[in-house]
Design a protein around this ligand. Sequence first.
Ligand code: HEC
Length: 162
Amino acid sequence: MLATLIAMKHKLKSVFGAAVVVFGLMQLANPARTNPPVMNDLSATNAPPPEIAALLRAACYDCHSHETKWPLYSRIAPSSWLVVSDVNEGRQHLNFSAWPTDPALVAKKLDRINEVLDYREMPPGKYTLLHPEARLTEDQRKRIMDWTEAAAKPLPMASTNQ
Ligand code: HEC
């Protein structure tokens, strides 16, 4: 009985030791967290009212700009892998730091923003769970949507499908 217990304890110890080693090795494969220079911020060419700009900064800029505030968990594998790939993917779809200047493309981006807010797809729930300051109230969501509509109105409809 005692011998079995001691054997079990040894086994647990080596399993734990192996887990520590694996965790340590994972840290060597941490992906790069980049914040490239801001090229053309939204505010330079399609400046929203300050209140809307502040909401976008609080709720979207971590994944959709070059001004990402990298949290501690983005520095530690395995969560770093998920966060960095989310930011890289987010920037590809919509980048407030590389805002388009072609009016048709601007209209398209505004329409997409309106759509994801309408469907409550953004900001993602897994993100607001850890970033309550990024949560949008119904009123804030509505006001950003109103802005996208007002800003898109004078623009030509997008003819491209980018
Ligand atoms: C935690 C990171 C994160 C945050 C915060 C975030 N997004 Fe996203 N967003 C993504 C990712 C990743 C994608 C691409 C994959 C997808 O569509 O789910 C995306 C895609 C999009 C798209 C493109 C959809 C399409 O049709 O191509 C829009 C528009 C968008 N987000 C708007 C926003 C807005 C507006 C906010 C703030 C209110 C926001 N996002 C906050 C990660 C984020």
